[in-house]
Design a protein around this ligand. Structure first.
Ligand code: LMR
Length: 392
């Protein structure tokens, strides 16, 4: 059978990440994969994570399975940290997942199992793996318009497109730090969007991979709560990769939210059966780290403090780059970069120009123009901005 194998296009984020790693140039700039880096180019292990790991190594007494749904104490603590006004077990059900991507995968399968007629509506643009994951589970996909280079999404245009959706369809929303644009609706506009989604009989599916990176933990979590308050049913994919910096531990949660709904409990077996048929049971370590941190007020406070330091550095980078770009190319409006949230924003380039940027300048952005500015050394903003505008 192997003779039938054909080269398949690889996910562009992973392809750029590999190409960056293989580039021998010392002055190369990594604006590719969505990973936080400090000004030295390192992705540090957070202080609270190190301490939690030390405690786990000392105190762990077994390596037996954690169960199909994973570490339920972790899921409950993480769900409570995001939705403190919803009771875990009554208003929320969930399982530990293999990162945020694994949560998206399991929830997509669960949604299709519960409603085989559902079409999934994705923002255009969105994280490319959304399409790959939904395609892998055989979900029909449609798109609603998002924005690229303006400071606010157009809620009216989104809802006009969703007029063509049918009741029971699923609408993917990025909770904060929209990937790839960095452009989030203001909280009131998000409420208006969710009211429109619910009013059309559609189900919001919130992908929350960057809570804490936009406007801070509480305000970013409040965006998820704003959806949960309005929607009678919601799917919620959570990730610990970025906000706990435990990317390689593959830790997330797949949650179903429906306040006070007695039918919610009946969905649990679908969640568990989906996980069991996919990877059987999740790994322990990442969830144990997060549980240890969230269960200890001192560790939790230290984690939140360091997360805030990271967020402030990223925001500083956004402003520094927006200013430098404005100096380097005055005939464009760069405010959308400064006003955006999180690591990402788009540069208005063709894939060919992105390739030239990579080959000629050693600056690695994603071919769709997405750049992750977390690794920027702000003192080099003018140098990097000059490189970026050289291909415009
Ligand atoms: C990204 O968008 O770069 C990150 O979420 C990493 C990934 O898995 O794509």
């Amino acid at each position: 059978m192997f003779e039938h194998a054909e080269a398949r296009p690889i996910d562009q984020i992973i392809a750029i990440s590999r190409a960056y790693a293989e580039d021998p140039r010392a002055e190369k700039v990594d604006f590719g994969i969505g990973v936080y880096k400090d000004e030295m180019g390192n992705t540090p292990v957070m202080r609270a994570v190190k301490e939690a790991e030390r405690r786990l190594v000392e105190n762990q007494t077994t390596k037996t399975y954690v169960g199909v749904g994973g570490d339920q104490r972790y899921v409950e603590l993480f769900a409570n940290a995001v939705l403190p006004d919803h009771a875990y077990g009554r208003d929320i059900l969930g399982i530990q997942s293999i990162g945020g991507s694994g949560a998206v995968r399991v929830l997509a399968e669960v949604a299709l199992a519960l409603n085989p007629d559902a079409t999934f509506w994705l923002p255009d643009p969105t994280w490319p793996n959304h399409q790959a994951i939904l395609g892998a589970v055989g979900a029909p996909i449609e798109r609603y318009p998002y924005v690229r280079f303006t400071a606010e999404p157009d809620i009216g245009a989104i809802l006009a497109k969703l007029d063509t959706a049918k009741a029971g369809d699923v609408v993917i929303i990025h909770a904060s730090c929209h990937n790839p644009t960095g452009i989030d609706p203001a909280l009131e506009d998000l409420g208006r969007l969710v009211d429109g989604i619910v009013g059309r009989g559609l189900i919001p599916f919130v992908d929350a991979a960057y809570i804490g990176f936009g406007t801070g933990w509480n305000r970013d979590a409040a965006r998820v709560a704003a959806v949960a308050e309005r929607a009678p049913e919601m799917l919620l994919a959570l990730s610990c990769s970025k906000n706990f910096g435990i990317y390689r531990e593959r830790t997330g949660a797949a949650l179903l939210v429906s306040r006070g709904n007695p039918k919610l409990a009946a969905t649990n077996s679908t969640l568990l059966a989906t996980a069991r048929a996919s990877y059987s049971m999740p790994p322990d370590h990442g969830a144990a780290i997060v549980r240890t941190i969230l269960d200890d007020p001192e560790l939790k406070a230290d984690w939140l403090a360091e997360l805030e330091e990271i967020r402030n550095r990223i925001n500083g980078n956004r402003s520094a780059l927006a200013l430098a770009l404005a100096r380097a190319k005055q005939d464009r409006d760069w405010t959308y970069i400064d006003k955006g949230q999180g690591m990402f924003s788009l540069l208005d380039v063709t894939p060919e120009a992105a390739a030239r940027l990579r080959e000629e300048q050693g600056v690695y952005i994603i071919p769709d123009g997405r750049k992750n500015i977390a690794s920027l050394d702000a003192s080099q903003a003018d140098v990097v901005a000059a490189k970026l505008v050289s291909v415009l």
